[in-house]
Design a protein around this ligand. Structure first.
Ligand code: URA
Ligand code: SF4
Length: 196
């Protein structure tokens, strides 16, 4: 995927917000660039910054298990974050950082062109929907925007601290699994129709 490589090179040099000078590595994202589904988190944490890969710590382990509950492998999907550099002490992203960095994510989404985007937590939901949401009331819902399905769920890190959220995120993924199945079936029907 040439375009994605070019974009990654650009992001690796980015200094559009103050986070550039504290990073160890830019965390661009990883996975199958042709995947129909993308997962979007918030920002790199300590381990992600050290390794230059998204979701490799404890929250990442849970995310990987949740992806496997969809009968998919981690390598089958694409995983990225709203911010590509780690905020100090894992503090929440601020609005300047989100404004500076989200155009990178938007380009990344356009190149990968997924049918489904699963947002993890409120920051990625905000960037995709363009309005602030209360994730505890809207998780498990999906919106159709620009020809894509935006599916909202909690951030897996929240599920590590609250048993109730863990149960809810697992249920959300069962809902997501149904949506993926529906889309796959529709695609198969469409292919048959165009063949005949
Ligand atoms: N949390 C995130 O939002 N993203 C990561 O990559 C890791 C933890
Ligand atoms: Fe650039 Fe985003 Fe890193 Fe800020 S967080 S320096 S906008 S890549």
């Amino acid at each position: 995927m040439m375009d994605l490589k070019i974009l990654e090179e650009e992001v690796r040099k980015c200094r559009k917000c103050d986070l550039w000078n504290k990073r160890t590595n830019v965390v661009f994202g990883e996975g199958d660039p042709f995947s129909k589904i993308m997962f979007i988190g918030e920002a790199p944490g300590y381990h992600e910054d050290q390794q230059g890969r998204p979701f490799v710590g404890a929250a990442g382990k849970l995310l990987t298990e949740l992806i496997e509950s969809l009968n998919l492998k981690r390598e089958d999907v694409y995983i990225a974050n709203v911010l590509k550099c780690r905020p100090p002490n894992n503090r929440d992203p601020n609005s300047e950082e989100i404004q500076a960095c989200s155009p990178w994510l938007e380009e990344q989404i356009n190149v990968i062109n997924p049918k489904i985007i699963c947002t993890l937590g409120r920051y990625s939901a905000y960037v995709l929907l363009k309005f602030p949401i209360n994730i505890s009331s809207l998780h498990g819902r999906s919106y159709k925007i620009g020809g894509r399905i935006i599916f909202l769920t909690y951030h897996p890190a929240a599920a590590l601290y609250h048993g109730r959220i863990l149960e809810e995120i697992k249920k959300d993924f069962q809902e997501l699994k149904k949506i993926i199945l529906e889309i796959t079936e529709k695609d198969e029907k469409r292919e048959q129709l165009s063949f005949w």
